[in-house]
Write a protein that binds this ligand. Sequence first.
Ligand SMILES: C=C(O[C@H]1C=CC=C(C(=O)O)[C@@H]1O)C(=O)O
Length: 400
Amino acid sequence: MPVSTLTRPRPVHRPAELLAAYLTGSFYFSSPYGTLLADGVRTRVHGSPRRRAAAAARALDEAAAGGVPDPVVVGALGFRPDAEASLLVPAVVRRAAAPSAAAAHPPGGQAPTGWTVRLQPEPDGYVGAVGRALDLIGQGALRKVVLARCLKLTAADPVAVTSLLAGLVRANPAAYAFAADVTAPGDRAPRTLVGASPELLVARNGVTVTANPLAGSAPRAGEASVDRARVAALRDSAKDLGEHAHTAGHVADVLGRFCTDLDVPERPEVIGTPTMWHLSTRISGRLRDPADPDCSALGLAEALHPTPAVGGVPADRALTAIAALEPQDRGYYAGMVGWTDRHGDGEWALSIRSAEVCDRTVRLFAGAGIVADSDPRAELAETAAKFRTLLGALGFEDPV
Ligand SMILES: C=C(O[C@H]1C=CC=C(C(=O)O)[C@@H]1O)C(=O)O
């Protein structure tokens, strides 16, 4: 039997072991397909905006030539196309199956004592910004824009990212959960992007490509009869279906450039997270030219970004409106986080339901898609509900 067809024995890990082995500075990513924990830095990957997949491919080839078996590039990209990125080939990678709801995860959460909370903007400021976005939509300059607001929390003591991550995975075992080191020059302590995103930007496995755009939301009530009514209302809401169509249409158009046999369900379904209900379209296709370097998981993710789940329509005007209407730079929020390997396989999730943690501070964002029929107060309530993913994992009982 030729050596290449032999199966290389791999260490077998359990998902909970990898979660427990996470240390600040490691890279952790778990999804419905598996868990990856990466440690150490073999090579940092630098690339110009929208050309990071090419830089990643070069780094992977160099690592393979240097004797690394099955190298991967892991990390996170910020929201703005020219924003910061933190991509690297790690020294050690461990993999396990997907986290299971039943598994005993290490305890998470942290008693929320002595926190100070700053909202940027204040709720009325956010409502005003949604009003200005509605003016732009009314004038025909925009059709959709996602506006986010920011919570800045400061604790009395350094925030334990290990417990925060464990709390997120325990509460959201089906999510794309992640912790990525995004320390920047000038940071006086490690900075970590941590979160539990419901949204798969794109995954590639061989010739198969999958994406799961979400847009159009309702908060989960936690009471069965109320939630049944909310799900039914969301499924039939013309406003939410329109908001969703922008995002699903963009993803289908971009993937259509690379794929044959693109399967795009006609109507979205409703999926639930522990805090939200979302309209969801699961799109899949077969790559036309799998050897094309632009078709790696990271290349496809760069081609898709920013989808109207985090940007808007038209994309360039939405980015201008976001820069003008949001008082805070988004940093890594609403960018992407994931991994890609030498075969082009990988998974990239949107870095939403996320926070940047640095020493005693936690900076978290939540956004909502604004379309012609949006009600500013309802969009404010939607962002409050989206904050609950992170605030719950931090131990806030009745977050906002
Ligand atoms: C921008 C966010 O969510 C996006 C993903 C799902 C539904 C969304 C919405 O209904 O507005 C957003 O497009 C966020 O959580 O900060």
